[in-house]
Design a binder for this molecule. Structure first.
Ligand SMILES: *Cc1c(COP(=O)(O)O)cnc(C)c1O
Length: 358
């Protein structure tokens, strides 16, 4: 398909692969419309613009996430409030969300949007989050950057709330080197997304603009790459689930070691297999294991550093119960790429097990 994109001279922006990739992604996400964008971050930014979020508005989001989620809130001049994770899912805790929405409504400063983040492939508890947000009349933007191919309550990732956003960055389960997709059941939202993402050009023979636009579209060439990748999604989800199952079998039963649980309401693409290490029970802490793996050329990373602990978000309000800080302190993401061989995984396991323990 990449060669076709070359041969047909559609290296110029937009073209038939963009349309086809959008249709295929909408089908994958179980929604009716999709707009291909240059990144997931661009999708989150436009989602907030389209919901009318602006300066001074309040947006609630997960503290345990990659910075892009919170940065999009800052792009529109809104005020983020960070919500802690639930220890059983590692995703936004619905009780903390509900308490904060109640508090904001009572204070007369209702939230303008909620952006829950599907973490490491796991969807949030949308049955509860959707009910809570519906009661408050607050729209949801699902940050599904990490959860393509996962499900919750029998529905695909990306289908929750008013707008869903995917990423095809280099490290995600499928990649276009860089890219993203905004999906929605609302045709007007997706139409406006395409308009804003192509510099908001008015329908006129000359270049005329009545709105500030962005250069956020995905090129036809990268859409061709995305289609080829999307065809492999099922295979990759299967492989990453098999990798997690092997880690669970080899490491999940160790004293003090606990894999990130898969919530019983859904399935995970197992984008990354992550676990926590309780130093009292395991003998050494996460950092000792991480450094031991690194000394053997195996890159394992700490879990995302929560946004409320980031210097750039110091002073922002956060609703916390200690969960994300404990996950950051004790959590480790193991090598999980679909391309890793069984032998690679066994080497990670053997090296993990050979960590000298006090
Ligand atoms: C990767 C990621 C993004 C950003 O996507 P890009 O395509 O890199 O801009 C947003 N949110 C989360 C949770 C991510 O992991």
């Amino acid at each position: 398909m990449l060669l076709d994109a070359f041969d047909s001279n559609w290296i110029a922006p937009l073209g038939p692969h963009v349309d086809a990739f959008e249709a295929e992604m909408a089908a994958q996400a179980g929604v009716s419309h999709a707009a291909a964008l240059s990144s997931g971050t661009a999708g989150l930014h436009l989602a907030l613009v389209l919901l009318g979020v602006g300066p001074g508005d309040i947006v609630l989001t997960s503290t345990l996430t990659f910075a892009a989620t919170a940065n999009a809130v800052m792009y529109v001049g809104a005020e983020p409030i960070f919500i802690d994770a639930n220890p059983d899912t590692w995703t936004m805790d619905p009780d903390l969300l509900e308490a904060e929405l109640d508090r904001l409504a009572a204070a007369g400063t209702p939230a303008k949007a909620v952006v829950p983040v599907d973490l490491y492939g796991q969807c949030c508890d949308y049955e509860r989050i959707e009910a809570i947000c519906a009661r408050h009349g607050v729209p949801i933007v699902e940050d599904a950057a990490e959860s393509l191919g996962s499900t919750a309550f029998g529905r695909p990732a990306g289908s929750f709330g008013q707008i869903g956003v995917f990423s095809f960055n280099g490290n995600k389960i499928i990649t276009t080197s860089g890219g993203g997709m905004l999906v929605s059941d609302d045709p007007e939202v997706v139409k406006q997304t395409r308009f804003l993402a192509t510099q908001a050009r008015d329908p006129a023979p000359h270049y005329q603009h009545s709105t500030i636009g962005y250069n956020y579209r995905l090129s036809n060439l990268l859409a061709a790459l995305g289609r080829a990748q999307l065809a492999k999604l099922g295979e990759r989800v299967g492989r990453r689930n098999a990798i997690r199952a092997r880690y669970q079998e080899a490491l999940g039963g160790l004293a003090g070691v606990r894999l990130m649980p898969i919530a019983d309401y859904g399935t995970s693409n197992c984008w990354l297999t992550c676990l926590t290490i309780d130093p009292a029970a395991f003998g050494v802490d996460r950092e000792a294991v991480r450094l031991h793996l690194a000394a053997h050329d195996i890159e394992a990373r700490p879990v995302w550093k929560p946004m409320h602990m980031q210097p750039v978000y110091a002073g922002k309000r956060a609703v916390l119960d200690g969960t994300s800080e404990a996950l950051f302190r004790d959590g480790l993401c193991l090598p999980s790429g679909s391309a890793l061989s069984d032998a690679d995984i066994e080497r990670v396991i053997a090296t993990f097990l050979s960590t000298p323990r006090g």
